[in-house]
Design a protein. Structure first.
Length: 228
């Protein structure tokens, strides 16, 4: 089966029965408009590409996920939580968080997939109550954070940054604690990495993820209340 080329007019994405069974890329092209991003995430698809390359839309054969109630809190992280070294806020400064995620230098990567178009669309989704952030503060300075997009009862994490050691990790742990309190069953971490694995995230098959997402789509929590 082919990998489909998208245009800028239609928000259509190929359905799973049209995806290549051994390929994580499901479509190429299109744009990053807020409505297209919503349509993609509702189908378990997300954009990810190298800077200056064609826009690629993915639903990997293996998906990294985490159940908030199963987040792994190490002894050192628990000490940081008890010391309250960082002041954690929810949805206080989304714009600064996403800008900081764009600016962070990541080993082995030249540039970032977080383009100006990506930022503009996520800022709009934030204004619409669909994208949210977690922030870590120290002496009134933003030192860490993360942001993501909601799909029903699933929180899809997009990116994280730390200007102080472990600031982003503490944001993630506090996010898990908040989501667990509200009964949110799933965080979509997208692509495997060892850092998230150390926090309890694990890989499941694409089929299993789509089944879990289908359940989450049927649940509609009040995300603004969760992040208040």
């Amino acid at each position: 089966m082919p990998i489909y080329q998208l245009d800028n007019q239609s928000l259509w994405f190929p359905t799973p029965d049209l995806w290549e069974p051994d390929e994580g890329i499901v479509a190429v092209g299109g744009d990053l408009s807020p409505k297209r991003l919503e349509a993609a995430y509702n189908q378990g698809i997300f954009p990810w590409n190298e800077p200056e390359s064609d826009l690629l839309w993915w639903c990997p054969l293996e998906r990294m996920v985490l159940r908030p109630k199963e987040v792994h809190i190490s002894k050192s992280s628990r000490n940081l939580l008890n010391q309250q070294r960082f002041q954690i806020s929810f949805n206080k400064d989304f714009n600064s968080v996403i800008e900081a995620c764009k600016a962070v230098v990541r080993p082995g990567q030249e540039g970032t997939w977080i383009t100006d178009e990506h930022i503009a669309s996520f800022k709009q989704l934030h204004l619409e109550g669909k994208a949210f952030s977690v922030e870590a503060w120290q002496d009134d300075q933003l030192v860490g954070g993360l942001y993501g997009l909601t799909t029903g009862a699933c929180f899809s994490g997009e990116s994280m940054f730390s200007k102080e050691s472990n600031a982003g990790k503490i944001c993630f742990i506090e996010l898990c604690k908040r989501l667990d309190f509200w009964g949110i069953p799933l965080i979509d971490c997208q692509i495997y990495n060892s850092y998230l694995a150390s926090l309890g995230a694990y890989r499941i098959s694409r089929e299993s993820f789509l089944k879990a997402l289908d359940f989450c789509r049927s649940e509609y929590p009040d995300w603004e209340e969760i992040f208040s």
